[in-house]
Ligand binder design. Structure first.
Ligand code: PGA
Length: 303
């Protein structure tokens, strides 16, 4: 029987994910030659070529692709075993790996800071990324827990809705629509240009759906991966923006941005706490879950 170590399986998983020995080495705090050597040994031991070079990328071969499913299961089972051991010990030390949607980061760090104060011995890794990437991470059993907009049904996910996420239309102070007629509707926006988040963002997906359902053309001037950048672009006059109310607490307070009063807005989304079915919940994850669900709204200014 070929000898394969858990370490090799983890390296294989990382090379498959980043499609590069160099990037996998960075993520694993190893040297690139050490990663290459481990992959060579793994291929020799299995007697299978796991990767094929496609230009600068290292893509999984057909066999590599099939074996990745098993490596995911092994890593997941290993982590479940460690989590279970923690549970038996029943103590509140350990590590929490959490991913939050870009927009949710505006309040999540406050929650994590309060959580850390209560549980100082728990260490935390936080990844801030968009909806599409988070769904991919959940598929790979990566984070213990996720904060995001409503996840799609039928992907082996468990989700708990915990707080409103109102989406509002922002404009620079002095924008003509702020002073025009009362009772503005979405049709009054048909000639406006918008600064929007990138494809793959949950906010973007929701706005596009809303405009499409309303039969209004949605035209964009600028596409950006950060809410901060959108706020700057809107105040610089690039167009209107649609963002979560949770991202503009300071700007509203300082009157650097204004919210347009449009019928049908704010669009009401909700934040969800999401886990992957089959990934055991460690006491640390459970502690964070209870902490968050206890009173999430205490961590945001606008409810
Ligand atoms: P996002 O937010 O736009 O930062 O991806 C997540 C969501 O609303 O689903």
């Amino acid at each position: 029987m070929p000898h394969i170590s858990l370490r090799q399986i983890r390296i294989f998983d990382s090379v498959a994910r980043y499609q590069s020995h160099t990037r996998a080495a960075e993520k694993l705090y190893m040297t690139q030659p050490a990663v290459s050597m481990q992959m060579k040994q793994l291929e020799e031991n299995l007697g299978i070529e796991l990767f094929e070079r496609q230009g600068r990328k290292l893509a999984l071969s057909k066999s590599g692709f099939q074996l990745r499913e098993y490596s995911n299961q092994i890593i997941n089972a290993y982590e479940n075993m460690i989590d279970y051991a923690e549970k038996i010990k029943g103590c509140h030390t350990g590590h929490l790996t959490i991913s939050v949607a870009t927009t949710a980061n505006h309040f999540s760090t406050r929650i994590l800071s309060a959580f850390s104060e209560k549980y100082p011995d728990i260490t935390i890794s936080l990844d801030v990324t968009n909806r599409q990437t988070i769904l991919q991470q959940l598929e790979n059993y990566e984070p213990d827990l996720v904060i995001m907009g409503e996840p799609p049904k039928g992907h082996g996910l468990l989700s708990e809705r915990f707080m409103k996420n109102p989406l509002v239309i922002i404009a620079p102070p002095g924008h003509r629509l702020l002073n025009e007629k009362q009772n503005l509707t979405i049709s009054d926006l048909k000639n406006e240009k918008f600064v929007v988040r990138e494809k793959g963002s949950g906010t973007r997906e929701c706005i596009e759906r809303h405009f499409k359902d309303s039969g209004i053309n949605f035209s964009t001037t600028l596409e950006m991966t950060s809410n901060e950048a959108i706020k700057h672009a809107v105040s610089a006059g690039f167009g209107l923006g649609i963002v979560s109310l949770h991202t503009i607490e300071l700007e509203l307070k300082n009157q650097h941005l204004a919210v347009l009063n449009i019928k049908g807005f704010p669009l009401c989304r909700h934040w969800h706490l999401v886990t992957r079915k089959g990934k055991a919940m460690s006491p640390v994850t459970e502690a964070f879950r209870s902490f968050l669900l206890e009173n999430p709204e205490q961590h945001v200014y606008y409810k």
